[in-house]
Design a protein around this ligand. Structure first.
Ligand code: DLL
Length: 447
């Protein structure tokens, strides 16, 4: 990393609001949004009726738990307009979320929603030291995916220039980054790592010397602390983890400050809760579970207690940056990305964390799950780092030594025996958007 960026606070009146004032603001907004959803979205009226409550039962934040959850399935069933709380004439932008299962969900924005989104994104940019005069290299996909436009609006709000390059055409990304001198990189963490690799290997451009990226805003997929280290080393920037999801706002729910000890959730816009994903019970301070979010100011498609499927924990302990908004931990993975190998639970990031402990292993890996004689078998294909791969030549003993070290790291850190296969440098897929790391051939119907 060059030197830490000058992080600043975009809306101190909210981001540093005394906690008692923040709680009153949340309470007031919660009561309002509950009535609003009940009156304007028939799905909520029905759900409230089913559990025998009306908006009058929600008087304080402690009453949150009476509100039924909203699930992705609710949104899918209501597609396309069943969750819309306003007339379509009030809607300025529509996004259909990824819909990998074939059933999309609708996320709509009114004028005020777009303003809220821009403000949330401006806060995020400020945390990563972005100012007027910066040039944002926005390599998130533009289109129905909320990444591109969310980062675009935030840059405009802060007064920074934005290069709307979108994902893909990696050679052009590097060329334009160099020619325009872009200063802030926004893309998925896996693509950031690939940009660095591509610049060095394919274009003999040293990002540390020839690119001006000082900070990077990386999210939309789970990534490990070790991958942060790799990205910072190769691109010479300060990497910030940013979280969000289409159903709630898009990017803009939370981001790290320069302390990098959790992501501050914009609690004036959202109420976060952590629940046990199996029972739905609320978990205690610092416990890891599923993140549930309630939107407090969303007009077009508000959601009450939306089950994100993402696993994290939440703390309201003070942060030295001065923001009073609580912090969620880096996302461990999605409840539905979790896989079990011989009974041991893990996520792709768990494997990434273990393999990147080993010097010489690169961030390019794939996980293959199979069943042999009724037993789960996990094969992890890993590319060695380029320099190492080239220096190894035909020396099979060095390759063997590296694969054994990786297998040992996985065994001690996760507790499973993995078959580690080192594959030639640059032979595994690279991703411009969200990375896909798992192939499950066990026929268990999870993937
Ligand atoms: O991925 C919004 C976004 C765009 C966030 C750009 C950050 C940057 P969706 O396509 O609806 O929206 O996917 C949301 O992505 O539920 C998480 O599972 C995952 N995700 C998003 N950010 C992170 C992160 C955008 N920082 C889903 N760490 C969420 C881990 C993340 N997972």
């Amino acid at each position: 990393m060059k030197s830490p960026v000058e992080s600043w606070v975009y809306q101190p009146e909210y981001e540093k609001m005394p906690r008692n004032k923040l709680l009153s603001l949340q309470e007031e907004r919660l009561k309002k949004i509950v009535c609003y959803c009940y009156e304007n979205i028939p799905v909520y009226k029905r759900k409230f009726k089913e559990v025998g409550i009306t908006p009058d039962d929600i008087k304080t934040l402690n009453d949150m738990e009476k509100i039924p959850f909203t699930t992705k399935e609710d949104l899918r069933t209501a597609y396309p307009y069943g969750m819309l709380a306003v007339e379509i004439s009030e809607v300025l932008e529509l996004h259909a979320s990824s819909g990998t299962t074939g059933h999309p969900t609708t996320c709509a924005y009114t004028k005020n929603d777009l303003e809220t989104w821009s403000k949330a994104m401006a806060r995020i940019y400020a945390s990563a030291g972005t100012k007027k005069g910066d040039i944002v290299h926005n390599a998130y996909g533009y289109g129905l995916f909320t990444g591109g436009l969310g980062f675009h609006y935030g840059a405009l709000e802060i007064g920074a220039a934005v290069l709307p390059i979108a994902a893909g055409n990696t050679e052009r990304q590097i060329r334009l980054a160099k020619e325009y001198g872009t200063t802030i990189l926004a893309c998925t963490p896996s693509y950031a790592a690939y940009l660095g690799e591509f610049a060095k290997e394919k274009m003999t451009i040293d990002p540390l010397e020839e690119l001006k990226w000082k900070s990077g805003l990386f999210g939309a997929e789970a990534w490990s602390e070790e991958l942060r280290g790799k990205i910072e080393e190769i691109l010479g920037l300060e990497a910030f983890d940013i979280y969000g999801l289409s159903e709630v706002i898009g990017p803009g729910v939370s981001v790290e400050c320069s302390e990098h000890c959790g992501l501050h959730v914009y609690e004036d816009y959202f109420i976060p809760e952590i629940i046990n994903p199996a029972t739905g019970e609320k978990l205690g301070k610092g416990e890891t579970g599923e993140l549930v979010l309630t939107t407090l100011v969303r007009e077009a498609t508000p959601v009450l207690r939306f089950r994100t499927g993402d696993l994290t924990s939440f703390t309201r302990e003070e942060c030295t940056c001065g923001r009073t908004m609580g912090r969620m931990a880096r996302i461990l993975g999605r409840a539905d990305d979790m896989f079990k190998v011989r009974g041991v639970k893990m996520w792709p990031t768990t494997v990434e964390h273990a393999l990147l402990q080993v010097k010489g292993a690169s961030q390019n890996y794939q996980i293959l799950l199979e069943r042999q004689e009724q037993l789960d078998c996990m094969t992890v294909q890993v590319e060695p780092e380029k320099e190492l791969f080239e220096s190894m030549g035909q020396d099979l003993s060095k390759l063997r030594e590296l694969s054994l070290k990786i297998a040992e790291s996985i065994r001690t850190m996760i507790g499973v025996n993995a078959n580690v296969v080192l594959v030639p440098y640059n032979s595994l897929p690279r991703f411009e958007g969200k990375a896909r790391r798992i192939t499950d051939k066990r026929g268990l119907g999870i993937f």
